[in-house]
Design a protein around this ligand. Structure first.
Ligand SMILES: NC(=O)c1ccc[n+]([C@@H]2O[C@H](COP(=O)([O-])OP(=O)(O)OC[C@H]3O[C@@H](n4cnc5c(N)ncnc54)[C@H](O)[C@@H]3O)[C@@H](O)[C@H]2O)c1
Ligand SMILES: O=C(O)C(=O)C[C@]1(C(=O)O)C=C[C@@H](O)C=C1
Length: 368
């Protein structure tokens, strides 16, 4: 009998996990459920899922694996619904949420019903949302954190890892507390800082009209993640409140120190501040292929005739615009052919957009 996988929340992460599972388990049937029907419809068209579940309950009943990839607050609601749903006794449930403590605590209700829940968090993503941004390479070489309860057997953990082997990620096991502290430092807090830098620039822009045009290189590098999904980040912050409050306090002390260094013109300390940061940053492990997805995609609606792809790449080559990836969305039904071209920088994507408009009348967009 074919095994069934239910993905609840078919966005960037749910869609990418679906693609990874399909890659490693070709005969599994992947079923998607999302409150936003557009996502499941698109997921079907793009071949990300095989079937759409009419409801969580109907999709879950016969599933062998259930992955929840909704914003973390919704994940809690979904877990509560699953608790009340008749499920296969050997089903494994996991999630992809960016926080673990509250979710794992809440999932104890499933444990009391004899159902296996293993908290999960693939440590890769992007500021993009939605199934159209899903990629099977998203998690390659990234860490995939699992937070199994002590009562779980190694076999159950291995079974989940086997389901997720197509992610080609590196699995590590942490406690939910360790997870929330570490991700608070290296992921959640940087998102607050990125948003705060954008707010500061926005405030200045009311008086200084040049701010948006001058906000280039460095500003764009450190604020890319401020374009992430606000609902997702609201929920993450609320679920990791204690850790975040402590980090905010430390940060304010740190900024206080910087103010003092500057006020006293302590050039040695100022140099040291940047020097130590540079040393630590430069020594961070290099990201390997796949750990950083290509972020700057351009979607081009193309007519269906042979040679259209080489025509477009030819124009880009003529203008010396490098591409990092190119793929055709496997579209069916009422959607036209769509070419997704990825670039290394936003500047390249903007130039490519202008180039395609100059040479052709094909429609382009930055997302679906
Ligand atoms: N984006 C990242 O970089 C990243 C990385 C790792 C983990 N995560 C975590 O993965 C989860 C999903 O994030 P994402 O980036 O895929 O977000 P996303 O916005 O792309 O997808 C979330 C999906 O959940 C759906 N959804 C919302 N409420 C629902 C409900 N009640 N029932 C069913 N579906 C519902 C939305 O319609 C959406 O399609 C979040 O918990 C996030 O913390 C995100
Ligand atoms: O690359 C990005 O855009 C991300 O923000 C990815 C990122 C991160 O902070 O590293 C965001 C949230 C996740 O929980 C894991 C990964």
């Amino acid at each position: 009998m074919q095994r069934r996988v239910l993905i609840i929340g078919l966005g960037l992460i749910g869609g990418s996990l679906a693609l990874c599972i399909k890659r490693a388990h070709k005969d599994a049937i992947i079923i998607g459920f999302d409150v936003n029907e557009e996502q499941t419809k698109l997921g079907r068209m793009l071949g990300v899922i095989d079937e759409v579940a009419p409801s969580i309950e109907e999709g879950a009943e016969h599933a062998d694996l259930i992955l929840i990839a909704t914003p973390v607050k919704v994940t809690e609601i979904v877990i509560e619904r699953l608790e009340k749903t008749p499920l296969k006794s050997d089903v494994i449930i996991s999630d992809a949420g960016s926080t673990k403590k509250e979710i794992v605590q809440l999932a104890k209700g499933l444990k009391h019903k004899g159902i296996t829940f293993i908290g999960g968090h693939p440590m890769a993503g992007s500021h993009k949302s939605g199934v159209s941004a899903a990629k099977s390479i998203l998690f390659e070489n990234a860490f995939y954190i699992l937070t199994p309860d002590e009562h779980l057997s190694e076999d159950q953990l291995h079974e989940l890892q086997s389901w997720l082997s197509g992610t080609r990620a590196r699995f590590i096991t942490l406690t939910p507390d360790e997870h929330d502290y570490l991700t608070g430092v290296i992921s959640h807090f940087p998102h607050v800082i990125a948003a705060s830098l954008v707010h500061q620039a926005e405030k200045t822009s009311t008086k200084q009209k040049l701010v948006p045009s001058l906000a280039a290189g460095g500003f764009r590098d450190v604020t890319r993640i401020a374009s992430s999904n606000p609902e997702m980040w609201r929920d993450i912050l609320l679920q990791n409140k204690e850790v975040m409050l402590n980090l905010l306090e430390d940060w304010q002390l740190e900024m206080q120190k910087v103010s003092e260094m500057l006020a006293t013109e302590n050039s040695e300390e100022i140099f040291d501040y940047f020097h130590r940061a540079k040393q630590f940053r430069d020594e961070l492990p290099q990201k390997e292929r796949g750990a950083i997805p290509s972020f700057y995609d351009l979607f081009v609606t193309i007519p269906d005739y042979p040679g259209v792809i080489s025509e477009i790449t030819g124009y880009l080559a003529k203008e010396e615009i490098s591409i990092t990836n190119i793929r055709i969305l496997e579209t069916r039904e009422d959607i036209n052919g769509i070419l997704v071209i990825s670039f290394q920088t936003e500047e390249d994507r903007t130039r490519a957009d202008q180039c395609i408009h100059y040479y052709t009348n094909y429609e382009t967009s930055l997302g679906l």
